[in-house]
Design a binder for this molecule. Sequence first.
Ligand SMILES: [Zn+2]
Length: 215
Amino acid sequence: MHHQSQVRDDQPPSVLSKIRSLVPDRPLRFSEAIHLAELQALRFLELTGNNIAPVPTSVVTTFPRIRVIDDPTLPIAGASHWNGSLREWVIRLNPTDSGPQRRFTLLHEFKHIIDFGAPGLRQVEAHPVCCERHTELVADHFATCVLLPKARVREVWATGTCDAAAIAARFDVPMGAARVRLAQLGLLDAEVSLNADNGDQDYPQSTSNRAEVRS
Ligand SMILES: [Zn+2]
């Protein structure tokens, strides 16, 4: 069902193709995929010239061939699919979610679009459910890295904004995402860390299923 449409960017070298070019042509271990998500997030911010906080959602909403819509029927936070007839990606967001949550979901879905057609994660002992959960964690990590860039978070923290709620407000992200990021950066005592066994409960909300791809 997945990966059946031919998706091309007609404006090379597009930001999307530059970010995709960072992906090795082989299945990745979870830890490699996490590292790659951070690299892609950094590159994405560089390419779109965004070094302000909070990062505006226009980084995605103004992207060529991506349409972002509210879908009140959505039972989850977000989903994305390729519309073959209009030749565009559609990201659907849940309008009942908070603004910060919707920002997070938007970037999470954008990561699924980046990963479309990539080799993906290496199968771990033929546990597809596990692999799918890892895919969601990787998308969450990408969203975290874009919305909470390491250097900016450290900078803001150093100027005296030293608690998770203030960081969440400053970067306009869900509280859970701020706490995870601060723990990752060693700025908050970590009950949370990013590893394969930790589940995605540490992230603000399990944002979606994998990108649904329909041609
Ligand atoms: Zn997802």
